[in-house]
Design a protein around this ligand. Structure first.
Ligand code: KIV
Ligand code: ZN
Length: 388
């Protein structure tokens, strides 16, 4: 069965979007969780963008020697050298260099000709290869690029040493059959000389559909993020890609090495670090993703789960009976639930959370996961500022 590699860009494309910035300590915790989850490549940041990004890439490279750590760089010497420096302690570094290839970007953004962009791409890949064997090239805005020119760029960067060629739908403009056609064509052009990768944005709500169509057309790396965070409407959601492949092996017979039972806690951990969580009806990790409310649904579900459930909550790590924890739930249940939600509390923090939980739960029917997570955040913040 063909293997599909999961390239996680939560800490780069995800982190650069509004409300998603993380501290170095948070990025390290997230990186640890992503490694446990089993991502194949961890894009840790864009080192030239800020000292913070540089330091995070450096720290992740040192702390996770077995992970394949990627750093982003534009196609220019300064960026590539900075990325290489940030990755110097990585045992398995990947330099990911990119330049836009569509005429619209060339004319208005880069103000360069196709020849100049082609030349910059070749030089950047060749330079990056001096620092890392593993070099990925991305043709930004590939889906709005002239296909003959795109072929020329793909061939040239592979000749220059790129092992992975990523063809992003940067503005989320493509539709599945069209994207599959583009990917199929480039897979044919490159053969086994390089892995073709996909990177889809969700402006039309098609990022996951486009990524899966591309995999069926021969792409073997998918770039995605936890909870689908990323520029504008976000990137393809990792958890959706993984569970679609797991659930529909009949149509998507590919091997993905992700520990799916860690998806929920990974999503919850990210929610702790950024300013928003997945919407309640978000597939796989949303609060209501496994809630059956309508009477007919509940009736069918109680008779036989498979009537309305295509994925078991356990398979993605959603805690048993996760919706409400009531006033009769003890410390143990609360501790387990906070762990399921991705928190690691000290004894004192847990005691304080328990104290507040029992007084709130006393006056209500119970507390939902999001309310528990909010309470835990309030308590851990209070401990940080010594207000407890
Ligand atoms: O969306 C995009 O094109 C990107 C590239 C830098 C890969 O994020
Ligand atoms: Zn992107």
């Amino acid at each position: 069965m063909s293997r599909v590699y999961i390239f996680d860009t939560t800490l780069r494309d995800g982190e650069q979007s509004p409300g998603c910035s993380m501290t170095k300590a948070e990025k390290l915790k997230m990186a640890s969780q992503l490694v446990e989850l089993g991502v194949d490549i961890l894009e840790a940041g864009f080192p030239i963008a800020s000292d913070g990004d540089f330091e995070s890439v450096d720290a992740i490279s040192r702390d996770f020697p077995n992970a394949k750590v990627a750093a982003l760089a534009r196609c220019c010497t300064q960026d590539i050298e900075r990325a290489a420096e940030a990755l110097q302690h990585a045992r398995r570094p990947r330099i990911h260099t990119f330049i836009a290839t569509s005429d619209i970007h060339l004319k208005y953004k880069l103000k360069r000709t196709r020849e100049q962009v082609l030349d910059a791409a070749i030089k950047a890949v060749a330079l990056a290869r001096n620092y890392a064997d593993d070099v990925e090239f991305s043709a930004e805005d590939a889906t709005r690029t002239d296909l003959e020119y795109l072929e020329q760029v793909c061939n040239a960067v592979v000749d220059a040493g790129a092992r992975t060629v990523n063809l992003p739908d940067t503005v989320g403009f493509s539709v599945p059959d069209e994207y599959a056609e583009l990917i199929g064509r480039m897979v044919k052009v490159l053969g086994d000389r390089a892995i073709v990768s996909v990177h889809c944005h969700d402006d039309l709500g098609l990022a996951v559909a486009n990524s899966l169509a591309a995999v069926r057309a021969g792409a073997r790396q998918v770039e995605c993020t936890i909870n689908g965070i990323g520029e504008r409407a976000g990137n393809a959601a990792l958890e959706e890609i993984v569970m679609a492949v797991r659930t529909r092996q009949d149509r998507l017979p590919f091997q993905i090495n992700i520990q799916s039972e860690k998806l929920y806690s990974t999503s919850q951990m990210l929610t702790q670090f950024i300013s928003f969580g997945p919407q309640p009806n978000k597939a796989i990790v949303g609060e209501n993703a496994f809630a059956h409310e309508a009477g007919i649904h509940q009736d069918g579900y109680l008779k036989e789960k498979s009537t309305y459930e295509i994925i078991s909550p356990q398979s993605v790590g959603v805690p048993e009976g996760k919706l409400v924890l009531g006033k009769h739930s003890g410390r143990h249940a609360l501790k387990n639930r906070t762990e399921d939600l991705g928190f690691q509390l000290t004894h004192e923090e847990l005691e304080e959370v328990y104290k507040r939980f029992t007084s709130v739960a006393d006056n209500k029917k119970g507390m939902r996961d999001q309310e528990i997570a909010k309470l835990v955040r309030t308590v851990t913040e209070a401990f940080k500022t010594s207000a407890v």
